[in-house]
Design a protein around this ligand. Structure first.
Ligand code: GDP
Ligand code: MN
Length: 412
């Protein structure tokens, strides 16, 4: 619950892209990754594998492309183990691809539903000596970018943070000055590169920082950041998130959005300029204003209820936004009760009441409805609702609304 509300705090949705796309981006900034090709069918995978083998080292990695980590140790619903596998021939790569494509991969990060694999990435396998961790993220505490580095890579970094926190190094970067060569060398030494390898590793780290800044990323995570048997630093995995507010100047990156990987409700809401986050409860919430929406979730949870979503209608509620909001909440199969919680500060609740009634004519609502209209013109607003013939439970205050929802939800 806490994480859900925190998630909606900033309203940054942080676009994600696939690993193969991330690697394309890295290459364009001079960051070293192995050569590779994506494929959508086993036949295509075998063909692409041949190409990669012809130009590469003679071994391949077949990697399931989903917007979630932990693929290496993930398990397919078919029972097949491993979303990242080594292959020695194009034929083997094709066979592995047929076990991954159109199958659902469950990892620590996907949740029990898993994710359908629609693309695999055929990548030249690197000769790995050791696996490290390197991430660049915007950090509130430092008020700028921070490099997180650890020699304990390839594994779940949360586990390392828990069992061996000293193994995680943090390097704040002055965003105005950028990353100096000295700082990049410090990081490389922190990652225990041998002195002769430090300049190349530092150069890679500096370039990674440049990608992060130039693409308006909120996070770049390279796990593993590896050292090859020749002592060269290379990125074996790449996970990016980008600031959605930067969409207007990062058109090429936002073209890579994969709607199939995103929450359909969130996408639908985005189309109508509404903010939505799917939660795991059963009370659908329609609220005006982000602050009140957050408070509604917290209050309901404290009172023993379970919100099914976060939804902020925005300040100026009109018939169109009301309609889209009600449509979304009704469409959610988990909504068993709906709570409309509107406080009119600038907006007249009488106007909101009329907009709601018009919207309800278009959107059929077949769950019990609790409505609280408070603030500007609320006497008139409540009268409008009462005289409309609409079936609903009236709440006269925020508290009253919460209590009624929680009591009604108990009897569902
Ligand atoms: P994740 O499990 O979703 O994080 O996927 P990764 O891309 O990190 O791959 C999982 C693991 O596969 C890595 O930690 C490596 O151990 C291994 N791996 C990935 N690429 C290569 C490669 O090119 N060479 C070798 N030897 N191992 C690799
Ligand atoms: Mn990884």
């Amino acid at each position: 619950m806490l994480s859900c509300t925190t998630k909606s705090l900033s309203f940054v949705r942080n676009l994600s892209i696939h690993e193969y796309q991330s690697k394309g981006l890295l290459k364009s900034f001079g960051v070293d990754t192995m050569i590779g090709e994506p494929a959508a069918t086993p036949a295509e995978a075998e063909r692409k594998a041949k190409e990669v083998l012809a130009n590469g080292s003679g071994k391949l990695v077949v990697k399931s492309q989903i917007h979630a980590g932990g693929r290496g140790v993930g398990v397919f619903k078919s029972g097949f183990k491993g979303g990242v596998k080594l292959a020695e021939s194009a034929k083997e790569a094709g066979e592995l691809a047929s076990k991954m494509l159109n199958e659902v991969l469950v990892t620590k990060q996907t949740g029990p539903d898993g994710r359908l694999v629609r693309t695999v990435y055929l990548e030249d396998a690197a000769p790995v000596k050791r696996e490290m961790y390197l991430a660049i993220l915007m950090d509130r505490g430092f008020g700028g970018p921070v490099i997180v580095a650890s020699t304990e890579g390839g594994v779940d970094i949360e586990t390392v943070a828990h069992t061996n926190p000293n193994a995680i190094l943090k390097f704040p970067v002055d965003i105005n000055a950028g990353m100096s060569t000295e700082q990049a060398m410090d990081i490389a030494r922190g990652l225990k590169f041998e002195e002769k390898s430090v300049p190349q590793a530092a150069d890679q780290i500096q370039k990674l920082y440049n990608v992060f800044i130039e693409t308006d990323a909120t996070q770049v995570e390279i796990n593993p950041f590896a050292e090859t048997t020749e002592g060269k630093a290379i990125c074996l995995d790449a996970k990016f998130n980008f600031d959605d507010n930067a969409e207007y100047r990062q058109a090429d990156i936002f073209e890579m959005r994969d709607p199939l990987e995103e929450d359909p409700f969130e996408l639908e809401a985005m189309k109508h300029d509404l903010n939505w986050v799917t939660l795991d409860g059963n009370v659908g919430c329609v609220v005006n204003g982000a602050g009140l929406a957050m408070a509604t979730l917290d209050y309901m949870t404290l009172a023993g209820g379970k919100p099914a979503n976060f939804l902020d209608l925005g300040g100026g509620v009109n018939q169109k936004t009301a309609q889209e909001a009600l449509r979304l909440v009704s469409k959610n199969p988990n909504t068993k009760l709906m709570f409309i919680n509107i406080f009119g500060g600038i907006v007249s609740t009488a106007m909101v009441a009329r907009a709601l009634l018009e919207a309800i004519k278009v959107v059929k609502i077949d769950v019990p409805l609790v409505i609280r209209l408070d603030g500007t013109d609320c006497i008139e607003a409540r009268k409008i609702l009462k005289e409309s013939g609409l079936k609903y439970t009236e709440a006269t205050s925020f508290e009253d609304g919460i209590n009624k929802c929680v009591a009604m939800a108990k009897n569902l």
